[in-house]
Design a protein around this ligand. Sequence first.
Ligand SMILES: *Cc1c(COP(=O)(O)O)cnc(C)c1O
Length: 684
Amino acid sequence: MGGQAKAKLAQESENLKIALQENLREIAKSDQQEIATEWTIEDSEHLYRIKGWGEPYFSINTVGHVTVSPEGDRGGSLDLYELVESLRRRNIGLPLLIRFSDILADRIERLNACFAKAIARYNYPNVYRGVYPIKCNQHRHIVESLVRYGKPFQFGLEAGSKPELMIALATLEPAENPQNNQSPLLICNGYKDREYIETALLATRIGLKPIIVIEQLKEVDIAIEISRQFGIKPILGVRAKLSSKGIGRWGNSSGERAKFGLTIPEILAVVHRLQASEMLDCLQLLHYHVGSQISSITVVKDAIREAAQIYGELVNLGASMQYLDVGGGLGVDYDGSKTNFYVSKNYNMQNYANDIVAEVQEACAERNIAAPVLISESGRAITAHHSVLIFDVLGSSEVPRTPSLPGTEKEHLIVRNIRETYNLINEENYQETFHDAMQFKEEAISLFNFGYLSLKERAKVEEIYWACCGKISEIVKKQDYVPDDLEDLEKIMASIYYVNLSVFQSAADAWAIDQLFPIMPIHRLTEEPTQKGILADLTCDSDGKIDKFIDLKDVKDVLELHPLKAEQSSSNNVDSKDPYYLGMFLVGAYQEIMGNLHNLFGDTNVVHIKMNPKGHQIEYLVKGDTITEVLGYVQYNGEDLLETIRHRTEQALQDNRITLEEAQLLLQDYERSLRRYTYLVDSH
Ligand SMILES: *Cc1c(COP(=O)(O)O)cnc(C)c1O
């Protein structure tokens, strides 16, 4: 091909490229127009993925508020925003944990219904008897409610320690006729000493049905000895270390090197010791626990397959096996993605029940042995949904997006340079100008460090730098493809929303193990959330923030939020009349008890809401810690502290360093604060 032809071809392809780009721009423009149409609640639903994680309990109503249907699809619903407003009018301040008791009831019913359905479907010749693992949320009202709601299903309790055993013993109701096999089970797990085993065994005498699960070899000897001493025939179980491993966060709590349970040789040793004491008929249960929040159904299947075989072998060895306890692990879909991502799960409750029932059914049929009572210790799946944490935004700080003053000729060269960069930014050069701006900013800092740039000039450079980032991010938003080096721009530009909350107290797992909880505004959902931000909590700890949010794929670094109304945006204005409420959902499992007193922010206020024919009522109100209470946890006595302050003001008065009014005010404030909630109090 001649030089001319080549040039012509190049010209043609260049023309084609330009035409293509124009086309693309047209398409982008029409997309833009679509975006410009009014924001709807469907957009909010989609953005916050509420259907994915919230169904059937949480949704959005026509006025753009989150609503709660505590009885799932079967009952009424209430407006969460209105509820919070009405609670605040009763002086119940934020942050506030709202529990919906009816959700607990619904979860228990659902779990039992799923197993009942699976049992019918596979003609499984035995029953399901769930137990609630107390460690998941030990609060009295919850355990009591669960025992009450669980009664029709003979739902029992699982204790993993001596204190939990003590709760179980007093909370579980003895069967009227313990002989008829209708009593709820009391599964006794965890490491046990003599006292634990003795207490558990004697519980038989008050009509309970304890099953002592052997987790360490020496426990079997103690159990044998105590049962002889009292002449009580115990029901014993063994916890097996399965070799099938969980994947994900708790993968290590199973497998041969797991912390808990007996290896196969140890299980055989238990069998022999019981045999030698003529107590092999006491061994009736096989238990395993692969770990919490199992994300993949494959793990569930592998574990039950292995356990069913061990169960069959124990029958063959002569144990009077009756129960197969599959432990916890039934997951919760925190991001609503229905995947095996660690905060999600790729199966539903019915799949879980089906797989367990089908596997055990098949294994027992093959061996021609009686099918066991199936037990699961599902905690997370029962309690996670029922609690919502509501907190308010105290203020926000945004990155400035427009450089203030117009430039002057007399400005420092570096200021002029970066200002020029700002003016030059366009759709063609945004990537290049981003790097220029970054470089000028870094140069400015070096100049400042050597004393060649004043504080005012440095401020200008930084301000213009942010403005460059803002302008570039507007351009990036319109592109289908974001270059790698600009991916962090969104994070750089994120606003900070200051929230009245301690992550360490209320969402410990978010801090400790990167757990994600769905977070969203509970009102203004008919408005487009035009800001992107992260949340910073009240503690003076740089980890006291939330900067990872649920997304369909993976995790996102910023959350879409609404701009604060005028009064709120002036930082830390807690007297705002137009509050912005955020909800953190699915926090009913593990968070409260794992929470800690970082910076001495204590327990939050808690209300239990129960639906009734007229709407809803407050079932219980548990006031959060006062400052005196948290000071007490670290051995300070409020009265003593006050006394010291009194002394000091007295001294200052005598020395004329304080006026009488000031002294009175200081003492009044101090005294009042001691009785106050540890969080920021508003005068709503
Ligand atoms: C933690 C635990 C459970 C509860 O697990 P979930 O995943 O919350 O259902 C059940 N059994 C044992 C032995 C546990 O340690």
